[in-house]
Design a protein around this ligand. Structure first.
Ligand SMILES: [Zn+2]
Length: 292
């Protein structure tokens, strides 16, 4: 199946009362794991890669093109409706290169509304969706602590003004959700989310899906959230699976079987089983199962 527009996936989710997961991959194995989970759940999904925590030099020297090519071929194999997002680009040139590399959705991590509007103009001409953001999320650490020193919650009026100026297709908002939270759950302010919803009409996006409290998911969806971003939970599951695979493997196994073989002894493939399980569980919690 060819790529489906992210804006269309989110509009369908909003009408259907569920949310679509963006499950951030980092290589072809993790991308395959997300796709496998979506197929097993018969669910639409947003595939893609993030720029935020990746070395800029690598991204700027062919990394974006490598990611685009892996993503495009994975999406082409899929029988599910999928979009392909280049998440949280640091610069406008990165986002533009993402479009050239075949991503059909991009996001620019910036407060510069004029720059986002410039991206939207180019992207929409090419049928590419753009995600914007207003408000800054706190960052979590492994110990469950949260650094909110540069965080700000989304003001509903500011969201209205941002949308009018930027013209994005969906909007990431900050109402207590926390980026990269590993071992705790965020305290989210659903009243603020409702106030934002009352002022803007595009699908809303929650970054920090790993630390988002499961019991608040249905209410968040009712208040306009159509997309959850999840990264940390996938890498955590992968590392756990990898440790177990390393501990359980035969010391006599060939390095060729253990690394990159895609055979039964492949350590990375074994570790991805846990990633598939996590993604399937999250798809179900977002109400996305059976929506393909
Ligand atoms: Zn994010």
């Amino acid at each position: 199946m060819s790529l489906t527009s992210m804006a269309e996936l989110l509009e369908a989710a909003r009408c259907g009362g569920y949310a679509v997961g963006y499950f951030e991959a980092w290589d072809s194995y993790s991308l395959d794991a997300v796709l496998q989970a979506a197929e097993e759940e018969n669910a639409p999904v947003i595939l893609g890669f993030g720029c935020l925590l990746v070395d800029q030099t690598w991204l700027d020297h062919g990394g974006i093109e490598i990611l685009g090519s892996i993503g495009r071929s994975a999406a082409a194999r899929s029988t599910m409706p999928v979009a392909l997002l280049l998440n949280e680009c640091h610069t406008l040139p990165q986002a533009l290169r993402g479009i050239e590399a075949g991503f059909n959705a991009v996001m620019l991590h910036t407060d510069d509304v004029a720059m986002v509007a410039e991206l939207v103009e180019v992207a929409h001409r090419r049928g590419v969706s753009v995600e914007g953001e207003i408000g800054t999320l706190p960052n979590g650490g492994a110990d469950g602590r949260v650094d909110a020193s540069r965080a700000s919650t989304t003001e509903p009026e500011a969201a209205t003004a941002y949308l009018a100026a930027a013209g994005v297709d969906c909007l990431a908002v900050s109402f207590g959700n926390v980026h990269t939270l590993e071992s705790a759950f965020a305290q989210v302010d659903l009243d603020r989310l409702a106030a934002i919803r009352a002022c803007v009409d595009v699908p809303l996006v929650v970054h920090g899906g790993t630390g988002f409290p499961g019991e608040a998911v249905p209410e968040a969806i009712e208040r306009g959230v159509a997309k959850f971003n999840v990264g940390t939970a996938l890498k955590r599951a992968y590392l756990q699976g990898l440790r177990e695979a390393l501990a359980g493997g035969s010391p006599k196994a060939s390095p060729h079987d253990l690394v990159g073989s895609h055979k039964i002894a492949d350590l990375q493939a074994a570790a991805m089983k846990d990633v598939v399980a996590v993604v399937r569980e999250l798809i179900r919690s977002y109400g996305g199962s059976g929506r393909a």
